[in-house]
Design a protein around this ligand. Sequence first.
Ligand code: THU
Length: 136
Amino acid sequence: MSQKLTDEERKSLIDLANEARRRAYVPYSNYPVGAALRTKSGRLYSGVNVENAAYPQTMCAERVAIFKAVSEGETKFEVIAVVTNNGGSPCGGCRQVMAEFGLDTIVLMADGAGNLVKETTVHELLPEAFTPEHLK
Ligand code: THU
């Protein structure tokens, strides 16, 4: 496990994501997801999945948290926690959006009881990512 985070830091981010998860808008899937993002500057942003009757317009919890941070001028992320009922993994689209802002961001996946299921990095989740470097 990464030495960068303490157990208390892990727990507080997972708890924040799980608390946010209660506000997920999931009338169609009934699969609430909560995310909590900590920036390198120490600010915290939460996100939930927001579904839509036109299904493809649904937005994932991770991207809501990331877009909230970016819209506040924060683009350097230390860690993102993602909580689902069963410790599910971030989707490919969210991995790509995470990769935009750094491959070293730590990703915590936890279940609804708050148990850490996996700790990894964006780099591990999306090897050989297409990044802003490729456009230079
Ligand atoms: N979902 C997320 O919020 N994040 C992911 O990484 C995977 C999927 C949401 C989208 C949809 O509201 C529900 O989970 C089922 O796909």
